[in-house]
Design a protein around this ligand. Structure first.
Ligand code: FAD
Length: 349
């Protein structure tokens, strides 16, 4: 936002700054990441509803005369000519739409229709958990910081969103029928057992409709592109929610793609070699981040969810308690990512 010259306006939107991330393993409380030393303009993570963020971006884009945003338009198929993708067919509230373009960028998320229709090969990497997502009210005198609680058999993440807590309850993959089968009172009791703070508040969950199941998928495309088309973000590599870095990677993919594609697009058609360089640029940080997530899935999440006895923090986390400077390292990985990208495209109106 700073590099785009939008930071001042961006911070006029409501947000909550998060300077540190907390973790509780069994009885041990510790700070996992400290963002206050990041070598960036903002030394915190800004928590903001996604719709505010996207509306802000869309609004800023409208000053470009050739920008056009079609809301509620859903890509159904690709248009191909001579083996090259030259556009998409979509449905929209006003009826079917055909869009022809020099390049189709598939950024339609983990259930990407674009990558499916393009026939790009997907490698499934698997995840041991699914996630239940709901909110509970937050009181001004609530103690507790944004972070995760790891107790034997349960993992709970709570994010301070001002007047409410965004709550994430991690369950073993495919166990939603079991959770539903035990009933809502048992679910509420599980929440209070994990976070006693919510004792007077769990009754706010009156219906399973308030508890959204987000199925976690981790996968990657072997090849992110074919003639006339490139995939980025979750469409190219669905990330695990661990560390909350999927959006960072998706935005970094977009910045890198813009840097690589802007000039060739301005000159005309984009060759396969240019599309390949988008994948080459972003494959390493994506791979490394995913390795770290899979390490955490296998070493921490799986063990905690299966654990019945007392829980100790994993060995690699313990030094964070004694050596506060080490907390800057996770902050860098979570806040900046493995390979930050910078805006290199000149302003053109
Ligand atoms: C449970 C869970 C929790 C997560 N928590 C975090 C977190 O805290 N922080 C974080 O950084 N990441 C988190 N992630 C990951 C993050 O959500 C994704 O990595 C990130 O949103 C990817 O961005 P994207 O733009 O590629 O895709 P998306 O954000 O999924 O955006 C895809 C867009 O394409 C649209 N679309 C879909 N199909 C079509 C179609 N056919 N035609 C037209 N448009 C279409 C969708 O409506 C959507 O607007 C989480 C993921 C999960 C599953």
């Amino acid at each position: 936002m700073h590099e785009l010259g939008l930071l001042t306006d961006f911070f006029k939107l409501p947000y909550q700054p998060v300077e540190t991330l907390a973790g509780k393993f069994g009885d041990l409380d510790l700070t996992i990441a400290d963002f206050r030393y990041l070598p960036t303009r903002c030394k915190f993570i800004a928590m903001m509803p996604q719709w505010d963020f996207l509306n802000f971006l869309a609004d800023r884009c409208r000053r470009y005369p050739n920008f056009r945003l079609l809301m509620q338009a859903e890509v159904q198929d690709l248009i191909e000519e001579g083996g090259r993708v030259v556009g998409v067919n979509a449905t929209a509230p006003g009826g079917p739409v055909t869009i022809r373009s020099a390049l189709v960028v598939g950024c339609d998320g983990r259930h990407s229709v674009v990558r499916d229709k393009a026939g790009l090969e997907v490698e499934e990497l698997g995840a041991p958990m699914d996630v239940l997502w709901f909110s509970l009210s937050r009181r001004p005198d609530d103690t507790g910081a944004t972070g995760g609680l790891f107790l034997p058999g349960s993992i709970f993440v709570m994010l301070n969103r001002g007047d409410y807590w965004q709550c994430v309850f991690v369950i073993p993959k495919g166990s939603i029928a079991e959770v539903h089968g035990k009933g809502l009172p048992a679910f509420r009791a599980d929440i209070v057992g994990t976070v006693p703070l919510f004792a007077g508040r769990v009754d706010e969950i009156k219906d399973w409709d308030q508890v959204k199941l987000l199925t976690v998928a981790v996968d990657r495309l072997k090849r992110w592109y074919r003639s006339g088309l490139v995939c980025i973000g979750d469409a190219a590599h669905a990330m695990s929610p661990i560390g909350g870095v999927g959006i960072d990677l998706a935005v970094q993919d977009a910045v890198a793609a813009a840097n690589i594609l802007a000039e060739p697009l301005r000159r005309g058609a984009v060759g396969d070699d240019v599309l390949a360089s988008v994948q080459q640029r972003r494959e390493f940080p994506t791979r490394l981040t995913r390795r770290m997530q899979i390490f955490m899935q296998d070493r921490v999440i799986r063990n905690v969810l299966a654990r019945e006895g007392p829980l100790k923090p994993p060995l690699f986390i313990r030094p964070l308690r004694r050596f506060p400077m080490l907390r800057r390292l996770p902050a860098r990985v979570l806040g900046l990512g493995v390979q930050p990208e910078h805006i290199r495209t000149p302003e053109r109106i």
